[in-house]
Design a protein around this ligand. Structure first.
Ligand code: ADE
Length: 243
């Protein structure tokens, strides 16, 4: 997989050479290129922003540098261009899985009040565009969002995670998808007066599985009740008795 990042703060993306993406780069699974959008400006001040048409607060990122960047990077229909923005679709594990199947992703990291809309309109004519938000809060720019998306995607690449089973069991994925993960414990069995739940020391795998499932349901009900609400479309109406 090849990842490109368009940003006016390339240093913000240095964590890419550490941790998970760094390992994937070393193993040859991943190719990463970070680009300074100012490299595609042509004026003395390397201007990347201007005032918004129609008025209003803040500055808007100019279209030309992004257009030249897409031309030079040679994006095509097989490329996903991800615009990180608080106005995007919510980032989910399902979206991470979808992006993990791409050969190439270009992240366009917006700053200020956003990127001129025509950049997105143009990008849609040459590539597959996704506008993605990592949550209902506003960051100063899209770089941290691009890092978060990258980490969630890269760890799904085949051959990357040492232990594929740990992918299957975790929150938001695999069996029991939609439930949060159960609490985990390791040695010692007693620590500062807190005991490991005895069932986990019982060796009874069926009871342990039942306890873990119960914990997942309880946690999800407490912390994310929204995940337990099934849409009416998901209900098998055949099993509902007629009234
Ligand atoms: N840029 C600023 N805030 C953001 C958010 N919540 N998600 C993605 N990109 C952003």
């Amino acid at each position: 997989m090849r990842l490109d990042y368009l940003t006016i703060f390339p240093d913000y993306l240095t964590p890419l050479s550490l941790s998970l993406p760094g390992k994937a780069i070393d193993s040859g699974l991943l190719e990463v290129h970070v680009h300074d959008v100012r490299g595609w400006t042509h004026d003395r001040h390397r201007t990347v922003d201007d005032t918004p048409y129609g008025g209003g607060a803040g500055m808007v990122m100019k279209p030309e540098p992004f257009g030249e960047a897409f031309d030079e990077l040679g994006v095509d229909r097989g490329t996903a261009i991800v615009f990180t923005t608080p106005s995007g679709e919510p980032f989910t594990q399902a979206l991470a899985t979808e992006l993990a199947s791409r050969e190439r992703i270009v992240f366009a990291c917006g700053r200020y009040e956003g990127i001129d809309q025509r950049v997105l309109d143009h990008a849609r004519t040459v590539a597959d565009v996704r506008e993605i938000s990592i949550g209902d809060y506003v960051l100063n720019g899209g770089e941290v969002a691009a890092l978060a998306i990258t980490e969630a995607v890269v760890r799904l690449l085949p051959g990357f995670m040492g232990n594929a089973a740990s992918l299957a069991e975790e929150s938001h994925s695999g069996e029991g998808s939609g439930l949060l993960e159960y609490p985990v414990y390791t040695k010692p069995a007693t620590w500062r007066g807190h005991d490991v739940p005895p069932v986990l020391l019982s060796g009874d795998h069926a009871r342990i599985a039942a306890w873990r499932h119960e914990q997942r349901l309880q946690r999800t009900a407490e912390r994310r009740p929204d995940l337990l609400h099934v849409s009416s479309a998901a209900i098998d109406w055949d099993v509902v008795p007629a009234t």
